[in-house]
Design a protein around this ligand. Sequence first.
Ligand SMILES: Cc1ncc(COP(=O)(O)O)c(C=O)c1O
Length: 407
Amino acid sequence: MSFRHLFHIPQQNGKDVIYFCGNSLGLQPKQTSAYIQEVLLQWQKNAVEAHFMSPNAWLHYHTLSQPILAQLTGANPSEVVATGTLTANLHFLLATFYRPTQNRYKILCEKGAFPSDRYALVSQIQWHGFSPENALIEVGNTDNNAIPNILSTSQIEDAIEKHADSIALILFAGVQYATGQYFDIQAITRKAHSVGAYAGFDLAHAIGNVPLRLHDWQVDFACWCSYKYLNAGPGGVGGLFVHQNTHLKPRLAGWWGHDLSTRFAMPADFIPEQGAQAWQVSNAPVLQLAALQASLDIFHQVGFDNLLQKSRQLTAYLQEKIISLNQKYQTDLIRIITPLHPNQRGCQLSISVNQNAKKLHEYLNSNGVICDWREPNIIRLTPVPLYNSFEDIDQAYQILDSYYQQI
Ligand SMILES: Cc1ncc(COP(=O)(O)O)c(C=O)c1O
C-alpha cells in the first residue's frame, strides 16, 4: 500500500529526499493547489456570494473536515472543529476550563512540554493572579537541560494524587514532541476526573499519527495543529475538541461561534453554536481549510487503520536498523529515547547520540535525510506512513552507516 505518489517529495541533487520530518511539517499533497485554486476561482467569479453558493459554500466550509477529524480523534463530528491556531485555541479552551479558585488552582503538565504550551499555562496562571512557582506542577526529571524522561502512567497518576485537592486541570501532550512518547490519555483523564480536575490534551504530534478515542475516554478538551501529520501546510488552520458533556461553560466568544441560524441577524447577545463550533471566534480561514481538506480526503481514502498498520511496520523497521547499526559497531552509538513498545509511540523515533548530534544531523541533511535536531541532543526521525517507504529506511541506514565509517 503506497500513497507516496499523492505527495510532492522534495528533491536534492535530482533525487527524492528521504523526508523524515513529517513530525514538523508534513509534505504537500499534489491535490492541495487544486483545492486552493477552487476557492480562489470562487472568489474571482462570485466574490461575496461564494459564502452561500454550493458546492462547498464558504459559510459551511469548515464542516467538510468535521467527519474526518472526528474519525481521527475518536469523537462525534459535533465535538470537533477546524479553527484558529494551536496556541490561540489552547488559550480559548483554558478560558473555559481553567477557572481557578483559592483551593483549586494548580495545572499539571509533563516536564519539557512544548514551550508554547508552557508559556500559555504560565501566562494563564498569572492572568488569574496565581504564581506559577506553586501552581504549575511539572511531572518528570528536574534538570531543565536534560532530555525529558519517559514517564510511566503510574508516575503521572501519583503526581495527580499528590495534588489531588488543589489541581484544577491537567494539560498533557498526546505524543510528547521531544521523546515521541504516546501517553495513556484514557488513564490520565480518568485519574484527573477522580480528583475533580479537568483533563485536556495537546494533540499536535498525535492527530493523524496514533489512534485516539477522545469521546469514549471522556477527555474534556483537546487542540492540535494541522501542519504536521495532517499536511495542511505551514501555519495551517488548527483544530479543537470539546466533549459533548461540556455544557454552559463560559467562553471568550466571537461571532463565528454564534448560532448560525441568527448569526447574520447581527444580534447583540451571544448564543452559542452547538458543540465545538461554539469555540470558533473569527471568520473561518477558507483558503487554509481548503489545504487541510486536500489532505484529509487522502486520510479518508486510505483509512486510518491501514495507515496505522503500515506506520507500526515502518517504525519497527527503523528501530531494527538502528539496533543493527549499534551491533555492527559493537557500541551504543545511537540511543533510542522513544519507548520501544508500539502502543507507547507513533511513527517518530527520537534518538540521542554520544558524539556531537548536531554534526550527525548536518551530515544526514546534506545527504538527503531530512530530519530535525532539538536541544539538548535529540534527532527526530519520523517515517510517515502516507509517504515514506521501507526503501527510505534502507537508504537512511546506508547514510548513517557511511557517517560512522568515516568518523
Ligand atoms: C506540541 C506543540 N504544541 C504547540 C505548538 C505551537 O503551535 P502553534 O505555533 O501552531 O501555536 C507546537 C508547534 O510545533 C507543538 O509542536
